[in-house]
Write a protein of this length. Structure first.
Length: 256
DNA sequence: AATTCAAACAACCGCATTCGC
DNA sequence: TGCGAATGCGGTTGTTTGAAT
């Protein structure tokens, strides 16, 4: 496959924008076989892309539940406030906006919010001030527990994609809920959440995506075989396979 | 109508982290 | 315990689009 750039020059298929056909292939493959190994999946799915590229495309655009565009005023405020607290930890900020991706938030920040942030830093009560008022020094770099704790507002099902319930072969969940921390940062976070929740980050905004039904209706998957390579036995063996708790209503996905 | 330029968005790259062997 | 592989994150670059001239 050969793509062309804006100048009409030929470009290798492994770079550049994703075509609808490539999207379709990736979605259909993941529907059918799940996510088992990003590095080897492209070849198996018949895609001339790197595993990284496939992962990025899936995580940022193709997986169900992604919200695109139209950031609300509440979204803006949420991003601004969490950015003030967390800095450029886009994935952590994205965790506070279900359906939004770190990449989209990052881009949106640079395009729209950066200036506002500079303007607003002197106004109102900031998260930094809240933290300061807790009389506990928070060093973002030196407080490994705080980011994890900030992300701990939703349960993690084992071996599932942290946002969509897609079966994962990935080793670790984002949060290990079995490990109870006694990190004093937890108190700070509680304080922040308490002060913060009165405004834009209401509980409903924090409704974890884990609780939301997972629908494939937007995927428009072709039922015919798209020319995939079925994962080999060795491929399957390395993954924990599919979660039994997953409510797969009439799903034929993951296992044929 | 053509050109220029900046904003917005999409994708890539390098590095850090984590896991399994 | 060390190493390689896989994954995730954040910064950066490339491309598109639309407004201004």
């Amino acid at each position: 496959m050969v793509n062309t750039n804006s100048y009409g020059e030929k470009m290798p298929a492994s770079r550049g924008f994703w075509s609808p056909e490539e999207d379709q292939k990736l979605k259909a493959y993941i529907k059918r076989y799940g996510i088992w190994n990003w590095c080897r999946m492209p070849e198996a799915a018949g895609l001339a892309r790197s595993g990284k590229s496939c992962r990025l495309r899936w995580m940022n655009y193709l997986r169900p539940g992604i919200k695109r565009g139209n950031f609300s005023q509440e979204d803006d405020e949420t991003i601004l406030k969490w950015h003030e607290l967390l800095g450029n930890r886009w994935s952590a900020i994205a965790a506070k906006l279900p359906g939004r991706t770190d990449n989209e938030i990052k881009n949106y920040w640079h395009a729209h919010l950066k200036k506002r942030s500079k303007i607003n830093t002197s106004s109102s009560t900031t998260i930094s001030e809240i933290v300061k008022s807790s009389e506990v020094e928070v060093n973002k770099k030196d407080s490994p527990g705080i980011q994890d704790l900030l992300l701990c507002d939703a349960p993690i099902l084992p071996n599932m994609d942290a946002t969509e319930g897609i079966p994962m072969s990935t080793q670790m969940p984002i949060n290990d809920i079995s490990s109870s921390r006694t990190d004093p940062a937890a108190e700070i976070v509680q304080h922040i959440e308490k002060n913060f929740s009165s405004s834009e980050t209401s509980d409903q905004n924090f409704l974890s995506i884990w609780e939301q039904p997972f629908l494939f209706q937007d995927m428009c998957i072709l039922e015919t075989d798209a020319g995939f390579m079925v994962p080999t036995t060795a491929m399957w063996l390395q993954e924990p396979m599919y979660p039994y708790v997953y409510l797969d209503t009439g799903y034929d996905l993951w296992i044929d």
